[in-house]
Design a protein around this ligand. Structure first.
Ligand SMILES: NC(=O)c1ccc[n+]([C@@H]2O[C@H](COP(=O)([O-])OP(=O)(O)OC[C@H]3O[C@@H](n4cnc5c(N)ncnc54)[C@H](O)[C@@H]3O)[C@@H](O)[C@H]2O)c1
Length: 344
């Protein structure tokens, strides 16, 4: 039985972590909940019927417990670094919410601590675990589209005020969040495009704006990418999109694939005939991809628990988190300078 402690009892713990740990209770048990606002932890313990769970306010007393194998870091972004390092120093495996953290210095500190301790850290990049995106990744890896010249993605919702209902002002404080929609959800789509393409991004150009909200952080952004193989990509994120959407477009020599969370046709593959004399606009075959079960949150959490049980390194490692964070940091830099920015 994997014993779990959770730091931060806000929205993501309520919506994703606890439901998907409680429904996996043949493999894991939540033994401790921590929040600086104790009432939040108590409310969630009540809601999820966790009668025996310990409720504490100081996260340091959670990471040092002997009866915990894994720590979920579900706090505002600027706290991820010190909490993950604290957990690693006490030999706990870690599931840290996205973004892994908010600076490259911080991510390097986290990697050092995790490697020194010999523990696993997975970043909860949940878009990779959505069965629509898992089906799409299989198609891309199969090579059926031929050489892929362009991958584009877009993620948008109405903004964190509709998620946390005004309780979580930290999303709009740059020091605590690291930035606006670019950090909050740009990190989801940047990570997904990077995973789909499986090539390094060598250069990017970004335009980042606050179009609608009266906020000190961004609410819309567009980023152009150049990959190491010379092909291109693009991602867009928005806090002014209603209703929620996640879209991807993959263009190859032999056709295209589109995905759309929430659509009646969530993933469509279109292949054309490319022989001499063939008309690619007529001679094509269109198919709806078969989509597996579950959603991004449940699949990610169950996968992480399975990895810990099998002593297997999760594939969304701290290094993966760092590669994605590099794009976010470079995008802000590009927007500031009005230029393409190289990525090491
Ligand atoms: N993977 C996803 O799809 C997804 C979706 C939403 C949010 N998130 C991420 O989850 C994390 C939390 O977001 P949220 O929306 O749940 O925020 P939230 O504000 O609803 O919850 C954060 C909680 O942390 C608590 N907290 C703050 N400082 C603390 C401390 N020092 N010790 C213990 N608890 C402390 C707060 O009191 C609050 O209850 C963020 O990193 C966010 O980016 C991920």
């Amino acid at each position: 039985m994997i014993k779990v402690g959770i730091i931060g009892c806000g929205k993501i713990t309520e919506r994703a972590s606890l439901p998907n740990l409680v429904n996996y209770n043949d493999k894991c048990e939540v033994v401790c909940l921590c929040d600086v606002i104790k009432k939040r932890a108590e409310n969630l313990a009540g809601k999820f019927g966790l009668e025996k769970v310990d409720i504490i306010e100081n996260w340091k007393n959670l990471v040092t417990r002997k009866d915990i194998d894994v720590v979920f870091v579900n706090t505002p972004n600027y706290l991820h670094e010190k909490m993950a390092i604290g957990a690693a120093n006490n030999k706990k495996h870690i599931l840290v919410e996205k973004p892994i953290t908010i600076s490259l210095k911080a991510v390097n500190n986290m990697i050092k601590a995790v490697e020194k301790a010999g523990v696993f850290l997975m970043v909860e990049q949940t878009q990779r675990f959505d069965p629509i995106h898992q089906a799409a990744k299989k198609v891309i890896s199969s090579g059926v589209l031929g050489k892929i010249h362009n991958i584009k993605g877009r993620i948008g919702h109405a903004g964190p005020e509709y998620w946390s209902q005004g309780k979580s002002g930290w999303y709009y404080e740059k020091k605590k969040s690291g930035g606006g929609c670019m950090v909050d959800i740009g990190v989801h789509i940047a990570d997904l495009i990077r995973w789909f393409k499986d090539k390094k991004v060598v250069e990017l150009f970004a335009t980042i704006q606050t179009l609608e909200k009266k906020l000190p952080v961004d609410d819309n952004a567009t980023v152009l990418l150049r990959f190491e193989d010379g092909t291109k990509g693009e991602f867009e994120c928005s806090w002014t999109t209603r209703p929620y959407e996640v879209l991807t477009y993959v263009y190859g020599q032999k056709g295209k694939m589109t995905t759309s969370i929430g659509s009646a046709r969530p993933a469509v593959l279109t292949l054309v005939k490319t022989g001499v004399g063939e008309d690619p606009n007529c001679a094509f075959k269109e198919e709806n991809l078969e989509i597996g079960s579950g959603g991004g949150w449940d699949n990610a959490i169950h996968y992480f628990i399975d990895c810990i049980q099998k002593n297997q390194k999760p594939f969304v490692s701290a290094h993966e988190g760092k590669e994605t964070l590099k794009l976010i940091v470079a995008a802000y830099e590009s927007n500031k300078r009005g230029k393409w920015v190289k990525i090491n």
